[in-house]
Design a protein around this ligand. Structure first.
Ligand code: FUL
Length: 653
């Protein structure tokens, strides 16, 4: 299926939490515009094949009117408790020609029996409801987060279970398979199921990716990323990741929706590496997918469609170094004909062989796609790709596994022939499909940062594009400076403008612009010896430093600027991680000093709305000469948590 969606929606959508505790009041659940057809339409238009829906997340709150609990939408104001979102979701999937899947959290932080044998009966009763009343279910997701603190019917305690034995997975699986014979079971907490977690939610799987593991062995995360060459069980990887940092909707992530280059990377790092891609949409409290998420997934779909629009291998001549029994039924042609089920095969004893494509004329391409007929297993252990350029073979790539599908990206190359060399295989190699493409370069504005030493770093979204910049306010273009490595600047203020450029089509992106104040090169953080504190000055908004908790609040960050400066303001960027929001400073004082002895408060107050919009906070004041600055945190979002900083900067006159 390659590509399908996850939808996260539950009671904790209304409390702005990643996991509900299980005590949230059902009356909070009131989506005024709920429309499962909007979700299905977006997924269908994005080219997805199905949707997996969080029928019950860890809070235990059920989005269908389960007979076995009152902790469900039955007791919410939505449709006066008469609604059933699982049904609306299943119906919308049917209407849009999508397969329907279910996420049922084994961990239930609401149920009083969680941790006891009785809960297993409850869990199975719910499984039975979900797998009987809503038509065909293509996948069931048993999340691995299991046991811990929770409400548990009022007990408010921590309950531990053994995820391997507690749910009696063998019998639970039998029930699932009896009710839905064609279902695929996902489980990372217990017995090996049909699909495996890839050990990360960051949106990638290993380049070496075997669809095998051992059935009974506990596997480290590293192995989840790569599978096991000689594993005894077929458990392909499924790359699950969210279109935003978190799984559930949080307003303050509205500006953190994944960018086109990030989504395209995810595609090549999942579907392009023999895995499926399960991309999550959080639902807003009103019951809809946010427009920004919709736009992002549409742009992603368009970019992929354009990349794979014209298969340049179609109609080429193809020859093989060896063909099984010299039979046409296994000939090289089978790798490029329209039928993706048939395949080129070598004689049984062969482990090394090649396929050569001859093109009519010199052809430019930058993608290579290859597939094995996996119903006969995954065989290829290593391969290389070469191109005939000006009469010489040039190696483009040397890789390991192929599997169901492998897609390679490389800079545009113009060649008359392309050769796939199978270098080693577990058995005689089989190739069912081979394609080449010329994907357009994705032109998005580059990102510009300045590190503590004052060097400027510029990054394009697509490594095939060129980057041009200026430091003098002039519009950049192919006639201005070409970015090759970090740009040294004087330590003063600087405005950087940059564009990405497609040298083949001569198109440019919209320009990015960043204004940097004086470089922070000679700054010293003087009230801590912890070198990690310098992440506050590294120019990288995704790194951060947190004060030690024991210090309590107020807590200070004192910086020596190295020399006296004319200050007119300061800037603060809180830790950008959603889960670190407790550490965001809401109330502050800013002091300056000439000698680190006599201090003067030049600004104090609050960072208004910083919880919902945790971005750069700029505070200005009357010009003052000072060499030392002190940012004092008076209050954080969460009492008792230590202040965290992604960046701190000054504004000079
Ligand atoms: C995780 C869960 O704990 C998250 O809340 C989310 O559902 C994700 C898909 O899996 O383990």
């Amino acid at each position: 299926m390659e590509y399908y969606a996850f939808i996260h929606f539950s009671i904790n959508t209304y409390t702005d939490m990643a996991w509900g505790f299980g005590n949230e009041d059902p009356t909070l659940f009131n989506p005024t515009k709920l429309d499962c057809r909007q979700w299905a339409r977006i997924c269908k238009e994005a080219g997805m094949k199905g949707i997996i829906f969080t029928a019950k997340h860890h809070s235990g709150f059920c989005l269908w009117p389960s007979k076995y609990t009152d902790y469900s939408i039955k007791n919410s104001p939505w449709k006066n408790g008469k609604g059933d979102i699982v049904k609306e979701m299943a119906d919308a999937c049917k209407e849009y020609g999508l397969k329907f899947g279910v996420y049922l959290s084994p961990w239930d932080r609401n149920h009083p029996d969680y941790g006891k044998p009785e809960y297993i009966t409850y869990f199975r009763n719910q499984l039975e409801e979900l797998l009987t009343n809503y038509g065909e279910v293509f996948e069931i997701w048993f999340d691995g987060a299991n046991g811990g603190s929770g409400y548990y019917g009022g007990a408010n305690e921590t309950r531990k279970i053994d995820a391997k034995t507690y749910y009696d997975w063998p019998n639970t699986y039998s029930l699932v398979r009896k009710l839905q014979p064609k279902i695929v079971i996902w489980n990372d907490g217990g017995d090996r199921a049909d699909l495996r977690w890839v050990g990360t939610e960051a949106g990638y799987v290993g380049e070496t990716n075997w669809s095998l593991l051992n059935a009974t062995e506990d596997v480290p995360e590293e192995m989840l990323r790569h599978g096991l060459e000689n594993g005894d069980t077929w458990v392909p990887g499924e790359v699950n990741t969210s279109i935003r940092p978190e799984w559930f909707y949080h307003e303050r992530e509205d500006r953190l929706v994944k960018t086109l280059p990030q989504l395209v990377d995810t595609y090549y790092n999942s579907i392009g590496r023999n895995a499926t891609l399960l991309l999550n949409f959080p639902i807003m409290p009103n019951g809809l997918i946010h427009q920004k998420d919709e736009k992002a997934v549409q742009a992603f779909a368009k970019a992929i469609k354009e990349a794979f629009a014209v298969n340049l291998a179609k109609g080429a001549r193809i020859t093989a170094s060896n063909v099984r029994g010299k039979s046409q039924a296994f000939g090289a042609q089978k790798a490029i004909d329209a039928d993706k089920e048939n395949y080129w095969a070598t004689d049984d004893s062969v482990r090394k062989a090649s396929l050569t494509l001859s093109l009519d004329k010199p052809t430019s391409f930058n993608r290579f796609l290859v597939q094995e007929p996996i119903y006969l297993g995954q065989r290829v252990k290593s391969f290389s790709v070469e191109a005939m350029v000006d009469g010489n073979w040039k190696e483009i790539a040397k890789e390991t596994t192929i599997g169901y599908k492998r897609i390679l990206r490389f800079p545009l190359i113009k060649a008359t022939q392309v050769r796939l060399n199978i270098l080693d295989a577990k058995s005689n190699p089989l190739i069912s499909n081979l394609e080449i493409y010329k994907a357009p370069i994705i032109l998005t504005p580059p990102t510009i940062t300045r590190d503590q030493s004052g060097d400027i770093h510029i990054k394009a979204g697509d490594s095939e594009s060129e980057v041009y910049y200026t430091l003098n306010e002039i519009m950049p273009g192919p006639h201005t400076g070409k970015y090759k490595s970090p740009v040294k600047t004087s330590e003063g203020k600087v405005t950087v403008k940059a564009i990405t450029y497609n040298p083949f089509t001569k198109q440019t992106s919209i320009a990015s612009e960043e204004k940097f104040d004086i470089a922070r090169k000679n700054w010293k953080i003087i009230n801590t010896d912890n070198q990690a504190a310098y992440q506050v000055l590294d120019g990288n908004s995704s790194t951060s430093w947190h004060q030690s908790k024991s210090q309590g609040i107020p807590t200070e960050l004192i910086i020596d600027l190295g020399k006296e400066e004319s200050l007119v303001g300061f800037r603060y960027l809180p830790d950008q991680n959603w889960w670190a929001d407790g550490s965001i400073i809401t109330h502050y004082q800013f002091e300056v000093s000439a000698d680190n002895k006599v201090w003067k408060i030049v600004s104090e107050g609050e960072f208004s709305n910083i919880k919902n919009n945790p971005f750069w906070q700029n505070k200005t004041f009357e010009t003052v000469q000072a060499r030392f600055i002190k940012l004092r945190a008076l209050k954080n979002i969460k009492e008792g948590s230590a202040p965290g900083y992604a960046e701190v900067d000054i504004i000079t006159k």
